[in-house]
Design a protein around this ligand. Structure first.
Ligand code: ADP
Length: 249
């Protein structure tokens, strides 16, 4: 497959998708324009189609109907966006710390300074100050055992290490504690600068940092806008936000 970058935008027009062997569409009539540099929070209940939409945007899946435009031109099938995606079911590789991060772009395995920077970006060494790049990971291989949150930080560092045009983080915070999560998201927004980023998340507070929030429900975009705009509507975003906010009272 060919990997390509986009200049100013990716646009989905009337995109629908169903998985093979399923008559039920997972995405229906999705219209969405993502501008370069935007930070988007993608929210919605489980099974609403968020991960599937991320895969369609990157070109991992092709839509059954509709079209995808890159900088206004139709994208051909089997073209992958030069993107980086960190899935929630990330892998733990029982290799060294260096290899674990470099698997994001194995050709740059020896770019140690950048590997360290990516680990620092996710605050990895705060809880594991004794580890170095050549530390073997995984108890099964007589290596260091990490917590789930620490493995998740490595998965994020791997996603950052890969050079990308667009990065998608699929619930990157599920194993992080609230302090790590808060710092990570602020850092994430700083790091991205002119890059485009999509965060799939259940933490509604993240919507406050994003440029735009997209709410999916049963495979359709039901709301779209800034945190302030969506809080003014009596819609799903406001409802989800208020339920979480109530837990903190
Ligand atoms: P979300 O990320 O919002 O939780 P997903 O995009 O993962 O939602 O899934 C949307 C729907 O698609 C769910 O009903 C799920 O069961 C279904 N689905 C996801 N992946 C597959 C697959 N590989 N094959 C068939 N159905 C799938």
């Amino acid at each position: 497959d060919q990997k390509i970058c986009f200049g100013h935008s990716i646009e989905l027009k009337h995109v629908s998708f169903a998985y093979p062997n399923s008559s039920q569409p997972v995405l229906q009539d999705i219209n969405l324009r993502i501008k370069r540099g935007e930070k988007i929070a993608l929210v919605g209940i489980n099974g609403s189609g968020k991960t599937t939409l991320a895969k369609i945007i990157l070109g991992i899946l092709n839509p059954d109907e509709g079209e995808i435009l890159l900088d206004g031109k139709q994208r051909s099938e089997n073209t992958l966006i030069d993107g980086s995606i960190v899935f929630q079911d990330f892998c733990r590789y029982f290799f060294t710390l260096q290899e674990n991060v470099a698997f994001g772009d194995i050709g740059r395995l020896y770019e140690e300074r950048e590997l360290i920077q990516c680990l620092e970006a996710v605050y990895f060494f705060e809880t594991q100050p004794g580890l170095s790049l050549d530390t073997q990971l995984g108890r099964d291989y007589a290596g260091a055992e990490l917590s789930k949150g620490e493995w998740q930080k490595i998965a994020l560092a791997r996603g950052f290490f890969k050079k990308f045009n667009l990065i998608i983080l699929d619930e990157p915070n599920s194993s992080l504690d609230p302090l790590a999560e808060n710092k990570m998201f602020r850092r994430f927004v700083e790091l991205l600068e002119e890059h485009t980023g999509i965060i799939i998340t259940h933490r509604m507070g993240i919507g406050m940092i994003a440029d735009r929030i997209i709410v999916l429900d049963h495979g359709r975009i039901v709301e779209e806008g800034t945190h302030e705009a969506l809080m003014e509507e009596e819609g799903m975003y406001r409802q989800m936000f208020m339920i979480q906010a109530d837990l903190y009272k």
